[in-house]
Design a protein around this ligand. Structure first.
Ligand code: KG4
Ligand code: ZN
Length: 374
């Protein structure tokens, strides 16, 4: 495999000598976008091994994920990722109780690769197979491991029901999570996702891909009051989002600015101002969600953020502040479990297996698969 096109990340794990025997050990595989990842997680919430092959170098020169290249890179990586994960956990396939893989939503070429690998292993070994919804992977991973925004060391036990801000490259939704497979949509984006907005603004500024982490870093050094970005829908009731207006505003500011003025200070201030608009939209919509009758009746104790955008320090901090004001706990996955990863798929595999959601007949992967259709 061409190593220079992929970055291999060993996310660590714990030695099996230090682990109590767990009831269920799951091998999870993720391949829905630009990461090929596998992890072995047990029902005692131990991550025994976790390997991620990131394709970022492969797609960077195009400024975004190229689906065909992604699918080919997954094919090259998938066997090795699984082999390495087993090796790292000091396990053989016989030690695994359940196989889980993302079966959608996502780029179908990539999803097919991971899903067929999982199906092959499950069929050959006669082990139960779970078809994991990628969004459910993001939604449930805070139950595997979560911390507050300010204290990454404290592990918070996230119990159902909880109010979830799910913000990734492809999705932006507020959900009431009542249980495994039980999601109520409270609000969602009418156009772009939050991650897309970060990526597109970064692209306009020539900052590279993926944009979120770079904008986050630049925003920390900038003045959020310098540019006036709109806060779409924030003067309206409801919990839906719209980010396309923020993106258009970004384009207009840049078009009006002479190239010679676009220096580091400009970029930092621009990122800070843009990010502050996104943060305001998220807190405004969550504030409304707390007044939604379904949420009031369910009275969730915890406000949770998940998905790649949950890595954003300003979003984590603002949501924690809102949670505290609303007398709720706040929880977010650790940074390495926010963006796409195999551990969240393995954990969703365990949670689904525990409630009997296993594949009983052939499943076709789905490029679109809303959480409300579980
Ligand atoms: O969940 P994810 O890994 O993939 C999808 O399922 O879409 O999310 C990727 C998204 C990208 O849009 C990326 O720019 C964004 O998460 N992201 C961030 C940060 N880190 C990653 N957005 C804002 N701030 C960050 N620190
Ligand atoms: Zn994702």
């Amino acid at each position: 495999m061409s190593e220079e096109k992929l970055i291999r990340m060993d996310m660590g794990g714990i030695s099996k000598d230090t682990v109590d025997n767990a009831d269920v050990v799951c091998l999870g595989i993720e391949s829905s976008c630009d990461e090929t990842s596998a992890a072995i997680v047990d029902s005692n919430k131990n991550i025994l091994a976790h390997i991620i092959y990131s394709q970022i170098p492969e797609h960077q020169k195009y400024g975004g994920v190229v689906p065909e290249l992604a699918a080919r890179a997954h094919i090259l990586a998938v066997d090795e990722v699984i082999r390495l994960t087993l090796e790292r956990a000091n396990k053989t396939i016989d030690d695994i109780d359940v196989i889980a893989a993302t079966a959608g939503p996502g780029l179908i070429g990539g999803v097919l690769v991971g899903w067929m690998a999982a199906t092959g292993i499950a069929n050959a070994t006669n082990k139960p197979l779970v078809a994991v919804n990628h969004l459910e992977g993001h939604a449930l991973v805070p139950r595997l491991c979560a911390a507050s925004a300010t204290d990454a060391a404290t592990n918070i036990n996230v119990e159902f029901p909880y109010l979830l801000m799910l913000a990734s490259g492809g999705h932006c939704q507020i959900l009431l999570v009542r249980g495994v497979g039980k999601y109520e949509l409270i609000g969602q984006t009418l156009d772009d996702s939050a991650g897309e907005a970060f990526d597109k603004v970064a692209k306009m500024l020539g900052l590279g891909y993926p944009g979120g982490p770079i904008v986050d870093k630049r925003a920390k050094m900038g003045n959020a009051k310098r540019f006036n970005f709109p806060r779409p829908l924030c003067d309206k009731s409801g919990c839906d989002f719209s980010f396309s207006g923020i993106k258009t505003a970004a384009r207009m500011i840049l078009d009006k600015t002479p190239e010679s003025d676009i220096n580091d200070e400009f970029i930092n201030d621009f990122c800070a101002s843009f990010q502050s608009a996104v943060v305001d939209c998220i807190t405004n919509r969550l504030h409304n969600a707390l007044k939604d009758e379904r949420v009031i009746n369910a009275s969730p104790k915890t406000m949770v953020v998940a998905g790649g955008v949950a890595k954003n320090s300003a979003i984590r901090a603002a949501m924690e502040e809102l949670a505290i004001k609303s007398k709720m706990l706040f929880a977010a996955p650790p940074m390495n479990l926010c963006t796409d990863n195999g551990a969240m798929i393995a954990w969703a595999g365990i949670e689904n297996y525990m409630v009997g959601n296993i594949v009983r007949e052939p499943v076709a992967p789905r490029p679109r698969w809303p959480l409300t259709e579980l």
